[in-house]
Ligand binder design. Structure first.
Ligand SMILES: [Zn+2]
Ligand SMILES: [Zn+2]
Ligand SMILES: [Zn+2]
Length: 801
């Protein structure tokens, strides 16, 4: 009979993570009541605190449910409990109001796609929310984009102006209801509503049939601005060639692919080849755009993604989208509501001002968007999902810091693909995608985001981490603040972002390949091998430096890089012949493209991104680009026509091939001066390269590419051979350096590793050498991850000597 004897126990349970604004307290309440337990649950500055009393087995069961089966939007980081003296169970279980005035320290949750329960209500003609485009509950709906400040409560959101009707209020007040304390709770009689205007703001429709009217306009080939959760989209019928061409013309967008929204998974499958990981990302509450291989015969206009084998698709994530897609009954282009690289329009004024000339009509609503938030983009690579743009549905979810922050940090990121991050205690938060700061409106969005993120997470920055590039507007802003600046080298930040994502303290061998980042020697780095941890780095090898002919012009015009690499690999005469074939301006550019230590006319670069550009221009893909990274992306797509097993084995022995390159490189002198952590200083490796750095010299590979072009070899074969040769060479050098420095782990970062084919080659070759390889998944390898690395480095607080 002993085992039936009841043992009463009371526990104080601390839950941390994203546990506020996600229905956590009502969840605990319902479970506790069902288990017959007494006590209370409350939100405080550290998360959720529960005291629970009852029979030991039931108390333990509640703790298990909290840990293992929390509400869908919750992200539980830890559940710790201690026993406290029982006080009796006569009061039952209560939800206690939040203590006001405490410093906010809890994660604001992400904007989340409509849940199945809400969708069922929207679809049910008998439900009072039938057809209501703003239906939500504690398990779904807008969060980050409507929060003005914390604590997260209705008056602190853009829902403050809507007074709940009696029925909604009753749901909101009932702990047993799915909408208990659902801050954006609303219905057709009390909540936001939609309005359809023409481009001159004349009313077209605002009744029950509004969405059908919008759908009709779209099916007729019109372009409509549609207000969503994080901003406006430009919507058009993706199956209509004329509509797509017209959208390209109005948006002044030449080639960059448009994203698609489709009604359901079935339609997504009809357009793209989706593996299980891609399907689960598509259907998740985060609802990113998923880039996946286009299916032969996919029914969308060619202009959606000209010449690209991939399509970007997403599923509806608000009831408005669900209703609209159902009514249109065909795939829609849902492109960010902006022109070129401006920030996405998120206020109605802005939409009419900036989008008016691009659209025929505007579908607006009266729930304000406080913070704009673009759609996130992930790429289904087969091996893993890769984050390309981390924004709606992911931001502002906290990432754990691998170390405890010594101080509160603001990190302002890079210049392109900008994000900002904050860090304190044991967590780091990265903002939504902000974009290219050279655009005034984007810069203003950047300023707003830094202030907002600090306010939401209660950060009073003691240091501001920034890039070394003196011309980045983010750097300039950091130096204007009255906060201690914390400079972080660009590629060190890349490697640190990869370490932070994997919770790895380092040191590792970091391979950072990207476009351009400011080096400690004033040249433009981008093909770097760093021994690094959060406290410092040592540059131990790099790509052979070449001139960047014309500076930033070389970014837009890959043919300039083709000239520089051809001059190095095959001599100025070969470069002149190539120039004559590629661009009439070649005679004035050639002198800039030839490395000449006595007459330095161009800044030098070790960029691997620019090397990919050069090869793309050599094989005739393109001499000019219309969006960032275009040439390299197209080179990867070209290579995909050749299965990896069939790729030619172009030379991969590219190490230290030219001592002349070393002589012309000013990079040598800098390595010894670079910061190195105590851990690095203690490694046996430092003494091993007294004569200068190792150099990865791809000129034999370029020579092979030129020879194969002369022989008329298929250019997809050449592209594949280049990927193989460079990837295996980089891995061979990486493995050699790792061994020399006593390291067993290699981290791959930088925008070049968005190239999945190249990333896989390098990873496989390193793994074959017995090394552990860290590859990005949840943080983008591109400059969208820079602020994450900066924040993690500055949070550790070890200043380089
Ligand atoms: Zn819901
Ligand atoms: Zn209502
Ligand atoms: Zn970069």
């Amino acid at each position: 009979m002993n085992e039936l004897r009841q043992v009463t126990e009371r526990r104080r349970v601390r839950v941390t993570g994203t546990v506020q604004g996600v229905g956590f307290r009502p969840f605990v309440f319902r479970q506790a009541v069902a288990l017959g337990l007494a006590g209370f649950v409350l939100n405080d500055s550290s998360g959720v605190l529960i005291e629970v009393e009852g029979e030991r087995a039931e108390v333990a069961e509640l703790c298990r449910l909290v840990r293992e089966a929390p509400p869908p939007l919750a992200r539980v980081t830890s559940v710790d409990w201690s026993a406290v003296p029982p006080v009796g169970i006569s009061d039952g279980f209560r939800i206690v109001d939040s203590a006001a005035g405490q410093a906010p320290n809890v994660a604001v949750s992400v904007d989340s796609a409509t849940c199945d329960d809400c969708l069922a209500e929207v679809d049910d003609p008998a439900d009072r929310r039938h057809g209501y485009p703003f239906t939500n509950c504690t398990n779904c709906g807008p969060r980050y984009t409507i929060v003005l400040s914390v604590p997260y409560d209705r008056p602190a959101t853009t829902m403050a102006s809507f007074e709940m009707c009696t029925e909604c209020q009753a749901e909101y007040d009932n702990p047993a209801n799915r909408r208990f304390h659902a801050q954006p709770n609303a219905c057709a009689s009390c909540g936001p509503s939609i309005t359809f205007f023409d481009r001159d703001r004349r009313l077209l429709s605002d009744g029950d049939k509004t969405l059908d009217t919008v759908a009709e306009a779209l099916r007729a080939g019109r372009i409509v601005a549609v207000k969503g959760i994080g901003g406006y989209h430009l919507a058009a019928d993706a199956t209509c060639d004329d509509a797509v061409a017209e959208l390209r013309r109005r948006k002044a967008r030449d080639d960059k692919p448009f994203a698609l929204m489709v009604a359901d998974l079935k339609m997504a499958r009809s357009l793209c080849v989706l593996d299980p990981a891609a399907e689960s990302a598509l259907g998740s509450f985060r609802r990113p755009i998923v880039l996946a291989r286009r299916r032969a015969g996919a029914v969308v206009a060619d202009g959606v993604a000209p010449g690209m084998p991939d399509l970007g698709v997403m599923l509806p994530y608000t009831p408005l989208h669900h209703l609209l897609l159902k009514s249109v009954a065909r795939p829609l282009i849902m492109s960010s509501g902006n022109q070129s690289d401006d920030p996405i329009a998120h206020t109605d004024e802005d939409a009419f001002d900036r989008l008016g000339s691009m659209v025929d009509a505007v579908l607006a609503h009266d729930r304000q968007i406080h913070i704009r938030c673009d759609d996130s983009v992930v790429r289904a690579s087969g091996r893993r999902l890769q984050m390309v743009r981390r924004s709606r549905g992911y931001a502002p979810e906290a990432l754990p810091l691998p170390h405890c922050a010594a101080r509160q940090v603001l990190a302002v990121g890079a210049g392109l693909k900008n994000t900002v991050s904050v860090a304190k205690e044991s967590f780091l938060v990265c903002s939504h995608h902000i974009g290219d700061l050279e655009h005034l409106a984007t810069y203003q969005a950047f300023l707003q985001a830094t202030v907002h993120l600090c306010r939401l997470f209660g950060i009073e920055p003691e240091v501001v981490a920034h890039d070394l590039h003196p011309e980045y507007l983010s750097t300039k802003h950091a130096l204007e603040l009255d906060i201690e600046p914390w400079p972080v080298q660009h590629h060190h930040a890349h490697v640190a972002s990869c370490l932070a994502e994997h919770g790895h303290a380092g040191p590792v061998l970091g391979i950072a390949f990207d476009g351009l980042g400011y080096g400690t020697d004033g040249t433009m780095w981008g093909g770097e091998f760093l021994v690094a941890d959060f406290s410092g780095f040592e540059r131990v090898a790099h790509l052979r430096p070449v001139p960047l002919p014309g500076g930033t012009a070389a970014i837009r015009e890959p043919w300039r890089m083709a000239l520089a690499w051809t001059a190095l690999a095959a001599g100025p005469d070969a470069a002149a012949r190539l120039g004559a074939a590629l661009d009439p301006r070649w005679p004035s550019v050639l002198p800039l493209a030839v490395a000449d230590a006595t007459r330095r006319q161009s800044v030098l670069t070790t960029s691997v991104g620019r090397l990919f550009d050069a090869v793309a221009a050599l094989v005739g893909l393109r001499s000019q680009i219309t969006y960032e990274g275009q040439a390299a992306i197209e080179l990867e797509m070209l290579a995909r026509a050749v299965p990896q097993e069939a790729a030619p084995r172009y030379p991969a022995e590219l190490l230290n091939a030219s001592s002349a390159a070393l002589a012309t490189s000013p990079a040598n002198a800098s390595s010894a001066a670079l910061a190195a952590s105590p851990a690095l200083a203690a490694s046996p490796a430092r003494a091993a390269s007294p004569d200068g750095l190792d150099v990865l010299d791809p000129s034999p590979l370029i020579a092979t590419v030129l020879a194969e072009l002369d022989r008329g070899t298929d250019r997809s074969v050449i592209a594949a051979g280049f990927h193989e040769g460079l990837g295996r060479a980089a891995a061979a050098l990486g493995a050699r350096l790792a061994r020399r420095h006593g390291l067993d782990t290699v981290a791959l970062s930088g925008g070049v590793f968005q190239n999945v084919r190249f990333s896989d080659i390098v990873e496989d070759a390193l793994v074959a050498e017995g090394l552990t390889v860290l590859v990005h998944e949840s943080v983008p390898p591109n400059d969208g991850g820079i602020s994450v690395g900066q924040a993690a480095i500055a949070a550790l607080g070890t200043r380089p000597p």
